[in-house]
Ligand binder design. Structure first.
Ligand SMILES: Nc1ncnc2c1ncn2[C@@H]1O[C@H](COP(=O)(O)OP(=O)(O)OP(=O)(O)O)[C@@H](O)[C@H]1O
Length: 266
């Protein structure tokens, strides 16, 4: 017993995110005793049908919503007890990100850097680097109010990277982006993972999950119903050799689903 407690504690320290028994109900359960583990350095995609509980889960992780039950550990930090420390380790990019319209991208990044207490000259250098990274150099002195959805999404992503988070969580980051913007965001995220960060994103674009993710978690009715690589998911669905779309549709078809233990398939 002692040994398994020690093993669990050691794993919680090295894992980027560990959710146990996470629950949240509105008029009915949205997240229903969710257990999920994302390893440090992983690119993890969360899939699930509309209303499955993905955004609610991630909003609880980001500290925007209090769970009814369960625990959230971010690199071993208890995010419910010490939300500030957990937030320092992570970034949250919402699907409809809020940026300040009257600010230019450079001003916005300086503002965010100020919130994190970054020294102004270092912040300015970093803001220019991030603006270059997201390809908004020509617009860096224009107010965000005239920006397209894709441009705003990129500014929000840059803002989320200012404090160099080890865990980057994004809700539908590629929806509504044109091909070039989507490629750029994907490249930024892949580069962050290569540099040692952990990325968790939700997406309805199955090809994104298939091509980019180290592991895919499938959520239905607020519970993890399958997890692993595409091959492992196909095996769990009894559909070896099928496309992710076929496997996914099978996994989330409305039938009783036993919740999987995280890491079971990996
Ligand atoms: N603030 C809220 N108040 C009431 N119900 C909510 C609220 N947020 C989410 N819900 C409900 O919780 C359930 C899960 O919603 P959630 O947004 O987490 O799903 P999702 O998997 O992210 O869906 P989608 O893919 O459509 O974005 C849904 O039934 C939704 O209507």
């Amino acid at each position: 017993m002692r040994l398994s407690q020690d093993t669990a504690a050691a794993s919680a320290l090295t894992d980027a995110l560990v959710l146990t028994g996470l629950a949240k109900a509105f008029d009915r359960p949205a997240v229903d005793g969710l257990n999920l583990t994302v390893r440090s350095g992983e690119f993890y995609a969360l899939l699930g049908p509309n209303g499955a509980g993905k955004t609610t889960t991630l909003r609880m992780v980001a500290g925007l919503m209090r769970p009814d039950a369960g625990t959230i550990s971010v690199f071993g930090i208890d995010a419910l007890r010490d939300p500030i420390a957990a937030k320092q380790a992570m970034a949250w990019v919402a699907d409809e990100p809020m940026i300040y319209d009257k600010l230019t991208p450079l001003e916005y990044l300086a503002f965010v850097a100020g919130l994190w207490g970054i020294e102004p000259r270092a912040a300015e250098r970093q803001a220019h680097d991030l603006i270059d990274l997201i390809g908004l150099g020509p617009h860096c002195n224009e107010r965000c109010e005239g920006f397209s959805k894709g441009m705003r999404q990129k500014v929000a992503l840059a803002g989320a990277l200012v404090h160099e988070p080890r865990l980057i969580i994004l809700d539908e980051p590629l929806t509504g982006l044109d091909a070039a913007s989507a490629r750029l965001v994907k490249d930024v995220l892949i580069a962050r993972v290569r540099a040692g960060a952990t990325v968790i994103l939700t997406t309805h674009i199955l090809e994104v999950a298939e091509r980019m993710a180290d592991r895919i978690g499938v959520i239905a009715h607020g519970r993890l119903v399958a997890e692993g690589t595409l091959g492992q998911l196909a095996q769990q669905a009894g559909r070896q050799g099928s496309s992710l779309e076929e496997v996914f549709l099978d996994l989330v078809a409305d039938k009783p689903q036993p919740a999987v233990r995280p890491g079971m398939a990996a």
